[in-house]
Design a protein around this ligand. Structure first.
Ligand SMILES: Nc1ncnc2c1ncn2[C@@H]1O[C@H](COP(=O)(O)OP(=O)(O)O)[C@@H](O)[C@H]1O
Ligand SMILES: [Mg+2]
Length: 247
């Protein structure tokens, strides 16, 4: 995304945000509540059209395209709160994620997803509602993977999970990227998420206030913490670091 601007009526929630995602990489977007993380993902996914800027997918400008068009072109959003279909079985949830796929494609993807998440295979005939929080997050990842995405947008995957599940969920995010998917993960859980990220950006009040490699951020943990801490405290107008060049 390049210089993305998104508004709710007169209120500008996202201001000039530029971020890049690449196959096999995890781009982590950190930021406090209300920073504009969800708004950014929804604008990219075609759920809330931006008022300015561009979304480029595989070299094509897809700004403002409808969500169902973007799904077909390889973009999948895993929404905040997971939104799995509780009364439906695990397998029925997966089928909904693959509504565009032919039968053979569905079966192939289902087997891949069950290999990545064996516990879902064990629970395939049980209702989604009976899964634990961590398992429901797995199902949300798996359902998105069933559309065969090139890019996955994850909105706070660790939110509301038991602390013991948080590292597991981030290991799964890493595993998804390692299959070649470009992952953009939005989080408030900075320390755990940084462990598996490649690039990191910090969003504050709709703006990118820090961006760099996750390795740098890990070795200088205080830098990112300062930006995150500052995000809650500082005045607007402090130095923004140059976002990545989209070419
Ligand atoms: N549907 C909406 N209508 C009006 N304002 C909204 C709406 N959704 C979010 N906002 C506002 O936009 C800003 C960014 O929100 P959001 O993207 O949800 O932040 P985050 O996901 O980082 O917590 C906040 O100030 C929030 O109050
Ligand atoms: Mg949010």
């Amino acid at each position: 995304m390049d210089d993305l601007n998104v508004s709710y009526g007169n209120v500008r929630a996202v201001r000039g945000v530029s971020l890049a995602a690449a196959p096999g990489r995890v781009t982590l977007v950190l930021g406090p509540n209300g920073a504009g993380k969800t708004t950014t993902l929804r604008a990219v996914a075609g759920l809330h059209p931006p008022v300015g800027g561009r979304v480029v997918l595989d070299g094509a400008d897809v700004t403002g395209r409808a969500a169902h068009v973007l799904v077909r072109r390889g973009l999948a959003l895993v929404p905040e709160g997971r939104r799995i279909f509780g009364p439906l079985t695990v397998e029925e949830n997966l089928r909904l994620g693959a509504y565009l796929a032919a039968k053979a494609e569905f079966e192939e993807r289902r087997e891949r997803v069950y290999t990545l998440f064996p516990v879902l295979a064990e629970r395939r005939h049980g209702p989604g509602a009976l899964l634990s929080g961590g398992e429901q997050q797995m199902l949300a990842f798996a359902r998105a993977l069933m559309s065969g995405p090139k890019v996955m947008l994850l909105d706070e995957p660790s939110m509301g999970l038991a602390p013991t599940m948080v590292d597991t969920v981030f290991d799964q995010v890493r595993a998804i990227a390692d299959t070649g998917v470009a992952v953009v993960a939005v989080e408030q859980n900075a320390d755990a998420a940084l462990e598996i990220a490649d690039e990191v950006a910090v969003l504050d009040r709709g703006e990118v206030v820090f961006c760099g490699s996750a390795a740098d951020a890990r070795s200088q943990g205080s830098v990112v913490r300062a930006f995150l801490g500052e995000a809650a405290l500082a005045e607007p107008g402090r130095t923004a670091i140059t976002p990545p060049d989209l070419g």
